[in-house]
Design a protein around this ligand. Structure first.
Ligand SMILES: Cc1cc2nc3c(=O)[nH]c(=O)nc-3n(C[C@H](O)[C@H](O)[C@H](O)COP(=O)(O)OP(=O)(O)OC[C@H]3O[C@@H](n4cnc5c(N)ncnc54)[C@H](O)[C@@H]3O)c2cc1C
Length: 438
């Protein structure tokens, strides 16, 4: 059995490892070190391009759950991270160069993995995982666009924050659409005084610095909210915050309205409409929490701004990141619409494992929305999503617990226990069966 993995980033390395561990001979192809994206500087694979943190290791936390699931499933990335850990409180941070070197050593010492340096400009025939990342080089981006239809390949400059539905104060916010047409949105009405304070804080808030590789077109439709605000005091109130068609709970027309749009089928997540931003994360929390109803909002993903190439997964992919129109082609990593190092690695793990089992004629894993690894995959190919925005692991993606549990930590722990039981029982089932593809 043979397969090709294109891209030796977080996702591609994990996919190659899973395939090889299952007995598949893998050609792992990356254009590094001959050519690098504007964000990559190391010559070695699995490069952490920005922060050196794989985020929280607390089990009640969404990314903590995801990492624990990955450890159970034999993650290469987390093995290398453990060997290169640096002190970072409750987070898993690593020495990035040591981490990358360990990944390379593990890949090179595997008898079934062949590392090849080449910039790909076509999707290989035969079993394949494409994991060329958010900065996929132009020839490969063209090849992907040709495969899936150019209108299905997104280049996003700025994205808006997403918040947990349960953290919205519905005594201040209200449901409804303009002119009473349905209940689709959650609306946060502002008085003139509240708007004044918000406007002042927004235009003075600190922005994240732009790097060279981010000096790309900013589409008017993706204009950061702070840039819109800087155009004039009334610009937001005549634009994304316009109050037309609304009455508040007392029947009065608000001065401005911030709208929250449902972000997932389960309605556990909402994005703030028109709030794409490049404010620093701490500033987003401080300033956006001034919006009435969002005082205690839990931000499951902050707004970010950088080039990001990703496919319209809800219309292109089937379960476990498989391309709908080809049995042996999978996508993995940030190019599928997952966001973050760990999420990218997790998608590579699932895509690699699934392809390996498919090649052996075995059923693919079906981890479901009780596990973070399954819920992430289910999110990106949710056909109910009209627009896919890159998504971090978060508890809102998991199916709700059967019973109500008070307290975020307690709820997180209960969700973790449920997810790890599901992954462990899948592993036991595989180990107890005749097939050995895991
Ligand atoms: C500027 C920037 C900063 C980020 N910062 C963070 C952060 O701090 N924390 C976080 O969690 N996430 C961050 N992300 C998001 C994301 O998690 C990372 O980009 C992550 O590395 C994605 O993993 P990946 O495997 O999908 O892609 P990558 O890790 O980028 O791997 C893709 C690989 O494909 C190769 N490649 C590209 N095109 C070709 C081609 N045509 N032929 C052959 N090889 C090719 C590249 O050389 C690269 O090695 C950041 C993203 C960007 C763009």
């Amino acid at each position: 059995m043979r397969a090709t993995v294109v891209g030796a980033g977080l996702a591609g390395c994990e996919a190659a490892w899973q395939l090889a561990q299952a007995g598949v001979e893998v050609a792992l192809i990356d254009m590094k070190p001959a050519k690098k994206t504007p964000a990559h500087v190391l010559n070695t694979p699995a490069e952490l391009v920005c922060s050196n943190s794989l985020r929280s290791d607390q089990i009640e936390n969404a990314v903590g759950i995801l990492k624990e699931e990955m450890r159970l499933l034999g993650s290469l990335i987390l093995t290398a991270a453990a060997e290169n850990r640096v002190p970072a409180g409750g987070s898993l941070a690593v020495d990035r160069e040591g981490f990358s070197r360990t990944v390379e050593a593990m890949l090179r010492s595997h008898a079934l993995i062949h590392m090849i340096c080449r910039e790909m400009d076509a999707i290989p025939d035969g079993p394949c995982v494409v994991a060329t990342g958010p900065l996929t080089s132009a020839p490969m981006a063209d090849a992907i666009a040709a495969l899936i239809g150019s209108d299905l390949l997104y280049f996003h400059d700025a994205v808006a924050p997403i918040i947990a539905a349960e953290s919205i104060d519905m005594t201040r916010a209200f449901r409804g659409s303009r002119y009473g047409r349905g209940e689709d949105y959650i609306n946060c009405p502002m008085t003139r005084e509240e708007y004044d304070a918000f406007y002042g804080a927004l235009i003075a808030a600190e922005q994240a610095p732009l790097h060279d590789f981010e000096t790309i077109r900013v589409f008017e439709g993706c204009m950061p909210i702070e840039e819109i605000a800087r155009r004039g005091y009334h610009t937001m109130a005549f634009g994304p915050l316009r109050p037309t068609g609304f009455r508040d709970k007392l029947g009065k027309r608000p001065f401005a309205v911030v709208q929250l749009r449902q972000d997932n089928s389960a309605a556990t997540l909402y994005n703030i409409v028109g709030f794409q931003t490049r404010l620093k994360f701490g500033e987003q929390k401080r300033v956006f929490s001034m919006i009435p109803g969002l005082e205690r909002a839990e931000f499951v993903r902050y707004g970010v701004m950088h080039r990001n190439t990703y496919i319209d997964s809800p219309r292109c992919l089937a379960a476990n990141y498989r391309f709908r129109d080809r049995e042996d082609l999978y996508f993995a990593g940030q190019i599928t619409g997952v966001e973050g190092y760990v999420e990218s690695a997790a998608s590579g793990l699932l895509a690699g494992l699934s392809l390996a089992r498919r090649l052996s004629g075995l059923p693919e894993p079906d981890f479901g929305r009780e596990t973070m690894i399954g819920a992430m995959a289910a999110y990106v190919f949710d056909p109910g999503l009209t627009r896919l925005d890159p998504m971090n692991a978060n508890l809102g993606l998991l199916s709700p617990l059967p019973e109500e549990i008070r307290g975020r930590r307690e709820r997180g722990r209960a969700m973790a226990a449920r997810s790890l039981t599901a992954v462990e029982s899948w592993i036991r089932e595989i180990e107890g069966s005749d097939d050995d593809v895991f």
